[in-house]
Design a protein around this ligand. Structure first.
Ligand SMILES: Cc1cc2nc3c(=O)[nH]c(=O)nc-3n(C[C@H](O)[C@H](O)[C@H](O)COP(=O)(O)OP(=O)(O)OC[C@H]3O[C@@H](n4cnc5c(N)ncnc54)[C@H](O)[C@@H]3O)c2cc1C
Length: 453
């Protein structure tokens, strides 16, 4: 049996939610994106590094020229310790270019959001609704309903939770799973209430790019309990500072200006780059700053019933490897491809190009999506965790690796080549026409097909 309609309700209009809007728009499926903030594109947030796996998807969507115009390529990281002493540069990103055909690029969250927004056709842009904070969701055999804080409700076929690390959809999905009849006290398909563990907190600071910092500089400062990453753009630079907490916690935190001041008191003396500028100076000159917890974890269950999670709602990385958002973008691709398979199967079986898969087929697609992504995402999360551990010298082994292994380019190249086959398996949309703009030593397992509609 087939359903008569299909509509996706995407909760959260961040970078991953907007990528979901592209995927649905390209598939000619109805959708709405509900975003709690007053505007979809806000001038807020840190900078993001786009890795080849994410860039290639954005390129397939035709967004690469705009991204190239708004971002800078990154080839080399300088590394210094807390005293400003040279730890040896690292060329990870040069090897990414060799292996996958593109340097990672650094872009502000604002510019990425603007490009994702502007790249949608007008009728899809009209489906992005700000000021819609989702507070409750319901899932039944017939469909889903979400309720927003302003009392409005939306009904559809599936809910895609793209609402970030503190996801309301995730906690509502747990409630739905717990309410399901079960023989045990906690149904096997319910996630933990607090699935992410926080070992590090972060402060990020945006400030004007002035001497001794030059546009294009990328630098890291490493040492006991605190590390920072600098990305210098044409006009502004951003540093992300990651501090090991006294004790890991599963509780959330909201930070105040007093917390920022105390953070600067603790770490303001650290150098941002060799030969100059301290964190305290960058903070004094700031145009924006913020503090957040850096949760880590991968959910055991990425879907329940008609509800499915993507991006930070499903998994959370420390930012050290610049992989969290990139993996969220790839989640959307994997989910869209599995839904595409479900649509194709029912349309071919029924000889009806307007048929939609029923609930069981959709749930099957959700399960396949998690299967496709789970191991890669878990490895990515662990890799980011190790990188933050090494940069904060969390123990003697990490300190040794950071000082004596990661400074040797032959070893870095060896590690980059070892992970390249996994990266090369990263998917693209099966149903979107595009050009293969990135070609490196490791061919992509799934080429972008230019002839599909
Ligand atoms: C300092 C720092 C640096 C980082 N650097 C990188 C990097 O270089 N590369 C990288 O890949 N990743 C990086 N990340 C991680 C990256 O920011 C996240 O992985 C990414 O933002 C996840 O996108 P998302 O859309 O899943 O979630 P979010 O960006 O959190 O977006 C979620 C959206 O949902 C909305 N929302 C939340 N609740 C509701 C609700 N109830 N109803 C409606 N809307 C709701 C929010 O307002 C928000 O707009 C970094 C993170 C930090 C903190």
């Amino acid at each position: 049996m087939t359903s008569k309609t299909f509509k996706a309700i995407v909760v959260g209009g961040g970078p991953v939610g907007l990528t979901a809007a592209h995927s649905l728009s390209r598939a000619n499926l109805d959708f709405v994106v509900l975003e709690r903030r007053p505007k979809i594109v806000l001038d807020a947030g840190s900078n993001l590094v786009l890795l080849p796996i994410g860039l290639r998807v954005l390129s397939q969507l035709g967004l690469l020229p705009a991204i190239e115009a708004a971002s800078s390529p990154m080839s080399r990281f300088k590394r210094i310790d807390h005293e400003g002493k040279d730890l040896g540069d690292t060329l990870w990103f040069t090897y990414f270019k060799e292996n996958h055909g593109a340097y990672p690029r650094v872009i502000s969250r604002h510019d990425l959001m603007q490009i994702l927004h502007d790249g949608l056709p007008a009728e899809a842009q009209a489906k992005l609704l700000p000021n819609k904070k989702v507070t409750e969701i319901n899932s039944t055999d017939e469909g889903v309903t979400v309720t927003c804080a302003d009392g409005s409700t939306y009904t559809g076929t599936i809910i895609v939770g793209a609402d970030g690390a503190h996801s309301t959809v995730r906690s509502q999905m747990r409630t739905v799973a717990l309410q399901a009849p079960s023989t045990s006290s906690v149904p096997a398909s319910a996630n933990e209430e607090k699935p992410f563990l926080t070992t590090y907190r972060s402060m990020w600071i945006r400030f004007p790019t002035v001497s001794p910092i030059n546009p294009g500089d990328a630098s890291e400062t490493h040492g006991y309990d605190c590390t920072l990453q600098l990305f210098a753009g044409e006009d502004t630079s951003v540093i992300g500072i990651y501090e090991r907490m006294e004790k890991p916690t599963r509780d959330g935190a909201r930070y105040t200006e007093a917390d920022e001041a105390a953070f600067i008191e603790r770490w303001g003396h650290l150098p941002v780059i060799a030969g100059g500028m301290s964190i305290a100076q960058a903070y004094k000159d700031r145009t924006q700053a913020g503090m957040v917890n850096l949760e880590e974890g991968v959910l055991r269950h990425w879907s329940y019933d008609r509800i499915v999670l993507v991006g930070d709602a499903a998994h959370k990385f420390t930012p050290s490897t610049g992989a969290g958002c990139n993996n969220g973008i790839v989640d959307v691709v994997a989910l869209a491809n599995e839904l595409y398979h479900a649509f194709r199967a029912v349309r071919e079986a029924e000889g009806d190009e307007t048929a939609f898969p029923d609930k069981d087929k959709i749930l099957g697609a959700f399960n396949e999506y998690q299967q496709v992504r789970f191991d890669t995402v878990t490895d990515g999360m662990n890799g980011a965790s190790r990188a933050t551990g090494a940069a904060t010298w969390s123990d003697a082994t990490h300190r040794f690796v950071d000082r004596h292994i990661l400074s040797k380019q032959s070893l870095v190249k060896f590690f980059a080549n070892r992970t390249a086959p996994v990266m090369a398996k990263s998917p693209v949309f099966e149903y979107v026409k595009g050009e293969e703009t990135m070609v490196g030593k490791f061919p992509w397992a799934q080429p972008i097909k230019g002839s599909l509609s």
